[in-house]
Design a protein around this ligand. Structure first.
Ligand SMILES: CC(C)(COP(=O)(O)OP(=O)(O)OC[C@H]1O[C@@H](n2cnc3c(N)ncnc32)[C@H](O)[C@@H]1OP(=O)(O)O)[C@@H](O)C(=O)NCCC(=O)NCCS
Length: 152
């Protein structure tokens, strides 16, 4: 299926003033709890690897990644507000993230996802990520993660 990038808003760089809004969005969409300090540390480690999708003045989605090794990137956080899903916002964020990784000469990307997060797993598979293995008790509630990986 060809998905057109969402055209209802735009992608822009993350700025520290976004922290509160992003932390709220993250904690309303993701099952792991993230503090503003954690997200700020992710930003400081690789400012280019975090950006937001805005509709009007509000942030409706964001992605945050890291450089895992010299050649491998990692997606740490990806979330789109529930009412704005299935409109292509996740796709727009992911496309932009993959471009940034290529511009930074990364060769592959990894991520972890809950084994029961079918929506996200389907989304990542559509992007050519495949499961390399299961990581037992990876999350704070001791549920398992799938490690997914793709070449760039
Ligand atoms: C995973 C997630 C980020 C995807 O975001 P999204 O904005 O819904 O993603 P998109 O809209 O780009 O794509 C979702 C689906 O909508 C479809 N879609 C996108 N634009 C569309 C359009 N204009 N018309 C019809 N369908 C469309 C896509 O084909 C895609 O289908 P797929 O599920 O088979 O891949 C979102 O579901 C989310 O925030 N989930 C909760 C947090 C989470 O689990 N994050 C990942 C943790 S590892």
């Amino acid at each position: 299926m060809v998905v057109r990038p969402a055209e209802i808003g735009r992608i822009r760089a993350f700025v520290p003033d976004d922290l509160e809004e992003i932390t709220e969005l993250s904690n309303s969409c993701l099952t792991e709890y993230y503090t503003q300090d954690i997200i700020y540390d992710i930003y400081r480690a690789w400012p280019e690897g975090i950006f937001v999708y805005t509709v009007g003045r509000g942030i409706k989605g964001f992605i945050a990644g890291a450089r895992y090794t010299r050649t491998e990137g990692r997606i740490l956080l990806l979330a789109v507000e529930r009412e704005y899903r299935n409109m292509g916002i996740g796709t727009a964020l992911m496309d932009h993230f993959l471009d940034v990784c290529r511009q930074n000469s990364l060769l592959s990307i990894r991520l972890e996802v809950r084994t029961d997060n079918n929506e996200a797993i389907r989304f990542y598979r559509r992007y050519g990520f495949s499961v390399t293995h299961t990581m037992p008790a990876y999350y704070s509630d001791l549920s398992d993660a799938l490690l997914m990986w793709r070449m760039l």
